[in-house]
Design a protein around this ligand. Structure first.
Ligand SMILES: [Zn+2]
Length: 255
């Protein structure tokens, strides 16, 4: 998509520049096109589902009532173990996009994610506010470091990467290509880190569609209440929870 936008912008700016030389177009229109181009690029980096800078799997193709649950930013010392118990109680599994530093702090919990038949993905080492400003080699270093920590503790090599904050840019595209991982986005965002528990519960039930990849966090206090309510609703509504690799028909780990 970025390539098409670049071509259209280049052609438009060239024509407007010629028009400006010939006194047929205003410089302000030229300026407006440049501003629109910048806005499109900013939106493209924020909206992972646009696949603007790089392709991310954001939704399953399933026409069946199947969805996959994903939890970011853990493992968390208290929320994640309770969540694992809850998922086991309802006999469902999920994908946990873990931070390298948290796997290092709570290796036992990371192992129990795997031992309870869930998937672990890579979500960078620090998840700093500045991740998107890093160079591609710095990003690649964090991704590789996190995979090494996960391998050391869980004996698996994740192939799935979720960009911190879902922000994508050319540096991340390069880093992901070099590290050989696949970018995973989402189609349903719970906003569980910013909205009230009741609003999150309502939002999930109102917006769930077949094939959804649901973004949640195993770091919020009310995660258990939210997920139990959602699991009960999903069952009543006839939805089946499948693993992310099953929904997307891709591999979670390197052989
Ligand atoms: Zn995150």
């Amino acid at each position: 998509m970025k390539f098409k936008v670049n071509i259209v912008t280049f052609v438009t700016l060239t024509l407007l520049l010629i028009g400006w030389f010939l006194n047929m177009a205003s410089i302000y229109i030229l300026f407006a096109v440049a501003v629109i181009y910048v806005i499109i690029n900013i939106m493209g980096s924020i909206k992972i589902e646009w696949n603007y800078f790089l392709f991310s799997h954001c939704k399953g193709e399933s026409s069946l009532k199947e969805i996959a649950l994903t939890f970011d930013d853990g493992p968390h010392p208290s929320v994640t173990p309770d969540l694992l118990k809850l998922l086991a109680k309802y006999n469902v599994n999920a994908t946990f996009f873990c931070l390298g530093k948290n796997v290092e702090s709570y290796p036992e919990i990371a192992r129990s994610i795997i031992n309870n038949n869930n998937i672990i993905g890579n979500h960078s080492y620090f998840h700093s506010y500045y991740f998107d400003l890093l160079s591609s080699s710095q990003m690649e270093k964090e991704i590789t470091q996190t995979n090494a920590i996960i391998y050391k503790n869980c004996k698996i090599k994740p192939k799935l990467f979720r960009p911190p904050y879902g922000v994508t840019n050319p540096m991340l595209k390069k880093a992901i290509e070099k590290s050989g991982l696949k970018s995973i986005g989402w189609s349903l965002r719970s906003f569980d880190t910013s909205k009230s528990t009741e609003l999150v519960k309502k939002r999930l039930k109102k917006n769930t569609k077949p094939g959804d990849i649901v973004l949640l966090h195993d770091t919020v206090d009310d995660a258990i209440a939210i997920i139990e309510d959602y699991l009960i609703w999903l069952k009543d509504a006839g939805y089946k929870i499948v693993s992310l690799d099953q929904l997307l028909k891709i591999k979670s780990y390197e052989d």
